[in-house]
Design a protein around this ligand. Structure first.
Ligand code: FA5
Length: 338
């Protein structure tokens, strides 16, 4: 085959190529190590000087032509491929986008934020204390000595063998607070507490409490009543009424429990308030003189009040939730309502 025929054959083959693979195949067939044109170039060595000049010149021109043909055809095929992709994978920029889901706060978090807002506006300062406490802070210093029957009021999770417990209430915060700060003082706390209790619609083995403490001179039960009344109004709305009932806590004397009118039924009676129209939300009282003594304060000089409330119950009441387990279920259908 002479050079002209080879060039013609290459032209036909390259023109017919419909893919980059076929282009590569043609390159190998004409310009590869054993390619048709390469063989002619290799044969030059045995030719006379005159033949070398003539045939060598023609062969080199043919090689340049073939290289150009290959390059142009490859470019053409690539452009066609891109067009095809653009056609088949076209993006319709007029379609509405997919909205990304935005998370939101858990109802207990909403109550926490409201609680912080209310008590900071009353001039209280937030004070954080640990969830694992010594028995001394959880009980003894709160006037609940070892073997005292009042310890049975809280079903306790003990940490194995070292005198630590998962706090059963936020009240140890009172001790930390009075040990670290000189009166007059006005602090509040918020956190998780633990009790070894049967789970039901109103009880969970871990739940949240918030607590407040005021120590000053000439503090009376009337100050506590006013504080709680105002808190209830701000948390539940201005129509809410509250009432105090006598109660018992070892670390307060006198002790009270505070009921508020049920925010779900407005006091008419419903399943949340078990038909009574009232819901108990707070345990409170005047700080017991023994507790003041335990932290080195003279009860003749200083008085105080403390109150503690179940955040979950407040949350249930505020949003009309009938089962505490929903707050811990991570059920999106429930959570997305807030
Ligand atoms: C106490 O824990 C006291 N420390 C409160 C206190 C503080 C009294 C300061 C005086 C001064 P009590 O055990 O009643 O009290 O719990 C307080 C609130 O926690 C209850 O009114 C209730 O709302 C909530 N609570 C109690 N047990 C559970 C439970 N298992 N699940 C959810 N909430 C609970």
């Amino acid at each position: 085959m002479d050079i002209k025929d080879i060039l013609q054959l290459a032209k036909d083959q390259i023109n017919k190529a419909s893919s980059l693979e076929e282009i590569e195949k043609a390159r190998l067939e004409f310009l590869g190590r054993k390619g048709k044109l390469t063989e002619i170039l290799r044969g030059l060595a045995k030719m006379s000087l005159e033949q070398k000049k003539k045939i060598g010149g023609e062969a080199n021109l043919a090689r340049e032509d073939i290289e150009l043909l290959l390059k142009n055809k490859a470019k053409e095929l690539r452009a066609a491929g891109a067009e095809k992709i653009a056609e088949t994978e076209k993006v319709d920029i007029t379609l509405p986008g997919l909205a990304s889901k935005i998370g939101h706060r858990h109802p207990l978090q909403l109550i926490k934020e409201k609680y912080i807002e209310i008590f900071t506006s009353f001039g209280y300062t937030l004070f954080n204390t640990p969830e694992i406490e010594t028995e001394e802070f959880n009980f003894d210093l709160l006037n609940i000595p070892q073997n005292h029957p009042a310890r049975d009021m809280w079903d306790t999770f003990f940490v194995k063998g070292n005198g630590y417990v998962l706090r059963t209430h936020t009240s140890p915060f009172q001790i930390h607070c009075m040990k670290k700060n000189k009166p007059p003082l006005r602090f509040f706390a918020f956190g998780r507490v633990y009790r070894y209790e049967q789970i039901d619609a109103g009880h969970s083995p871990n739940f949240y409490q918030c607590e407040g403490l005021v120590v000053d001179k000439n503090i009376t039960l009337a100050d506590l009543k006013g504080t709680i009344q105002e808190f209830a109004k701000q948390m539940f709305g201005h129509d809410v009424k509250s009432r105090m009932r006598q109660s018992f806590f070892p670390f307060t004397e006198p002790s009270v429990e505070v009921d508020v009118t049920c925010a779900v039924c407005g006091g008419k009676g419903c399943p949340v308030c078990k038909g009574t129209g009232w819901v108990e939300i707070i345990g409170a009282g005047m700080v017991h003189p023994n507790v003041l003594r335990n932290v080195g304060l003279n009860p003749a000089e200083w008085q105080g009040f403390a109150f503690g409330m179940g955040v979950d119950r407040i949350c249930m009441l505020k949003y009309g939730i009938e089962d505490i387990r929903l707050l811990y279920s991570n059920n999106l259908k429930f959570l997305e309502q807030f």
